[in-house]
Design a protein around this ligand. Structure first.
Ligand SMILES: C[S@@+](CC[C@H](N)C(=O)[O-])C[C@H]1O[C@@H](n2cnc3c(N)ncnc32)[C@H](O)[C@@H]1O
Length: 235
């Protein structure tokens, strides 16, 4: 890397976004420890971990309240949920419900949306008192109709765009047309004007988050990119 490239790297927008994220977390601390302590006062969590042991199934890692409360406090801080205005939240692929729980504790009510396949999630959602819309997100199909729009719609590591695993281990994923349908549906029927849609992606085997043609489609729809996250604004 030559000097010009090194200097260029220093001034990439990502570096500023990253610094802003760290500064924000430091300036607006939220006590994950207090939230954890409050939750764990209920012996039901120990009981849950006995019934869903970590070494039995990968998904049982979601019984680890210490890890998931901390992770979701950071997610909430990064979205400035530690302060007003109050936002109505829809968390797509909510899984265990920790993000909805932390957001509610910070004053932002909402619901999760997910398929109903994992017994451990039924239990965590009940313990966290998080409401879930049972729905499978499918290409070309709208999200369930709702009366009030959401100010914030999130999708953390949900992978609803993965359709099938191919023989080479890669995934067949949504086409740009599928994404366009999803974005238009969310903007028309789910997201309030000025609201935020955040999609966080898992990297595939090669480290790629999504194909270039999908990134182009996101760009055409006004996306802002930050690491594995893509942000859109409601119209
Ligand atoms: C790895 S978990 C992530 C849970 C949570 N978002 C988090 O990051 O803590 C992925 C979740 O996405 C959900 N999911 C996957 N495909 C989905 C689809 N097509 N529609 C709705 N939910 C889906 C799964 O059921 C699971 O709860």
């Amino acid at each position: 890397m030559n000097v010009a490239q090194k200097v260029g790297k220093l001034f990439r927008p990502e570096i500023f976004d990253s610094a802003r994220e760290h500064a924000h977390r430091a300036m607006h601390p939220v006590s994950a420890r207090r939230l954890l302590h409050e939750l764990e006062r209920d012996g039901a969590w120990d009981e849950l971990r006995r019934r869903f042991p970590r070494d039995e199934k990968e998904v049982h890692r979601f019984g680890d309240t210490r890890f998931w409360i901390q992770r979701n406090v950071e997610r909430a801080q990064d979205l400035s949920l530690d302060r007003p205005p109050r936002r109505r939240l829809l968390d797509l692929g909510c899984g265990p419900g920790f993000f909805n729980y932390v957001a509610r504790k910070l004053g932002h009510p909402g619901v999760g949306l997910d398929i109903d396949e994992q017994p451990i999630f039924r239990e965590t959602l009940r313990l966290l008192e998080v409401e879930r819309i049972i729905h499978r997100i499918l290409p070309g199909k709208p999200l369930p109709a709702n009366e009030l729009k959401y100010d914030l719609i999130t999708s953390y590591l949900t992978c609803f765009h993965r359709l099938e695993r191919l023989p080479d281990g890669q995934w067949r994923t949504w086409s740009p047309a599928d994404w366009q349908f999803f974005l238009e549906d969310v903007r028309a029927h789910q997201l309030s004007p000025g609201g935020t849609l955040l999609l966080e992606f898992h990297p595939d085997k090669t480290g790629k988050l999504y194909p270039d043609h999908v990134r182009d489609l996101f760009t055409q729809n006004g996306a802002r990119f930050f690491r594995s996250k893509v942000f859109f604004r409601g119209h």
